[in-house]
Design a protein around this ligand. Sequence first.
Ligand code: ZN
Length: 181
Amino acid sequence: MKTVQMFVCDVCQETSEDEENMLKHEAWCLKVQKQIDEERAQRAAWGQLTIGQLLEKCKELEAYSDWPVVVADQIGEQYHRCQISGAYSYRGNYSELSLNPVASCQSKNPAFSLRGLSSLLKEAANSTYTGWKGGDFRMDKDTFVWISEVGVSGGLMVTGLRVVNDYPEIQLVGRSCPRDR
Ligand SMILES: [Zn+2]
């Protein structure tokens, strides 16, 4: 029996009998992985939360499950005091999640409560969304979250969730991406 030596990419585990091709492939795979890691580190440094991190914050505030969720822009006034009405693929990066902001006065439905936001995120973490120009994008707990209208790419990065007793409400805190300014 003839045995064929297989070469394996350390990054994606793809295999090939051609060593030279595999070395080229692996170099490319490492470069892409490095870019992805750097991008994730940069977003984390800017304070952007993933679905999993935001769900943890929802859980910490469980006692306030019935309170309405309202957007608060940390820096500017974008989507300030909007409510949330759903989730889909973000136009600025199809593989990331976007929460849809609606002005309170335009909303036919009652404001999303914290419980509603939490259910929406749990569902999103196991869902596949269609990108603005097509394609399927699977979201999970490591997916970054934005606040942005359908078809808009310059949204707010979600950076926090906090209780405001004065209104009372739960503020979904966001800030524009430094790269978009
Ligand atoms: Zn690979």
